[in-house]
Design a protein around this ligand. Structure first.
Ligand code: UT7
Length: 323
């Protein structure tokens, strides 16, 4: 059977790093509160000229370089984002243009913080369905631009950045020893809309709006939803937590990450945590975390890696990949 195998990865961050202490001068908060409640120590904030598309392009170029490929070798670009450069055209088409690509096709995927997991599952379907051979899967965000910088309950949590993977069609045996995406499990439930949303949009207010979140309510649902989809992925592949080499979670809150890993019996040494470095970068958080753990040599070829995320909608999902 056809498998979608990871061929390259890349990441890009804005130039400006903002430590928790710097936020103490903007809202009534403290480094101590942010670290204790979230694990975040710093985040990157996009400056003039840095946008979701420019960060996504940089991450894509890094992934192409690592894979030894050029834009000519790619036939589909999928960008997970909730902070596009424009309402339309899609940021994916913008990035396609920036890469000098006039062949193939590109579109955006909007599942907020679960966007990268949704995009991986979707790219895998296009590859296995024979519609694409090589897909650039990008998670790119500039959440700093939709934050209410007067609201301390949200503005300290998020950051900007982008990460990319290249998935490539390869022949597999149909067993869990195959390299590539082994299974994907996606969920959504719109009854939770009011707990995490943006209070504007083209068709309602005609404005971009600001992020609004009832953090405690999101927190209450997170661990249960995350562990449910991970267990579904284990069940579908006949694997268990013991088989896993790495859990690479969406990076929203250290306490959610630790709580999920504990419930699943995954030791903390197998969990990749970068929320301290990047804050919550929504759809970019998983490819940014992957990039750190690949660069430092933790994730190796053949490792079994679980990706998971939960976010606005609510949306949530898990993807199991043999690296
Ligand atoms: O990626 C998408 C998914 N999003 C998430 O996963 C976010 C999920 N939620 C969370 O991570 C946590 O709920 C937060 C980090 C947002 C908040 O942590 P919490 O432990 O749930 O705190 P809380 O909302 O219950 O607030 C505790 C206290 C409140 O004061 P009172 O009412 O106890 O006096 C808040 O007003 O902390 C106060 N507070 C702050 N204090 C200092 C809220 N924000 C801040 C702040 N600095 N920035």
């Amino acid at each position: 059977m056809i498998r979608s195998v990871v061929r390259g990865y890349g990441a890009a961050l804005p130039k400006r790093v903002v430590a928790n202490r710097e936020l103490e001068g903007i809202v009534e908060t403290s480094d101590e509160w942010i670290v204790q409640r979230t694990g975040i120590r710093q985040r990157y904030i996009a400056g003039e000229g840095e946008t979701t598309a420019s960060l996504g392009e940089a991450a894509a170029r890094a992934a192409l370089d690592k894979a030894g490929l050029t834009p000519d070798d790619i036939d589909m670009i999928l960008v997970a984002t909730s902070t596009p450069d424009n309402t339309f055209p899609a940021t994916a088409v913008n990035i396609q243009n920036r890469l000098g690509m006039t062949h193939g096709f590109a579109f955006d995927m909007q599942a907020v913080c679960s966007g990268f997991v949704y995009a991986m599952a979707t790219a895998d379907m296009y590859i296995r369905g024979g519609m694409a051979r090589r897909v650039l899967v990008i998670g790119a965000e500039t959440f700093s631009r939709i934050l209410d910088w007067k609201d301390r309950t949200t503005c300290v949590l998020f950051g900007d950045g982008a990460g990319a993977l290249i998935l490539e069609a390869a022949q597999g045996e149909g067993t869990i020893a195959d390299r590539g995406v082994l299974t994907s499990h996606l969920r959504s439930d719109g009854t939770h809309k009011e707990k995490l949303y943006v209070d504007g949009g083209p068709s309602t207010t005609g404005t971009v709006g600001h992020l609004r979140m009832e953090g405690r309510e999101v927190f209450k649902h997170a661990v249960g939803m995350i562990t449910d989809v991970i267990e579904a992925a284990f069940h579908a592949t006949g694997t268990t937590a013991d088989d896993l080499d790495w859990l690479v979670p969406h990076q929203a809150n250290r306490r959610i990450i630790d709580g999920s890993a504990k419930k699943l019996g995954i030791p903390s040494e197998k969990v990749v945590v970068t929320v301290d470095l990047h804050g919550n970068t929504s759809a970019a958080s998983i490819p940014l975390a992957l990039s750190v753990a690949l660069d430092d040599g933790r994730i190796k070829k053949g490792d079994l890696v679980m990706l998971e995320a939960m976010g606005g909608g609510f949306t949530w999902g898990a993807v199991l990949v043999r690296w």
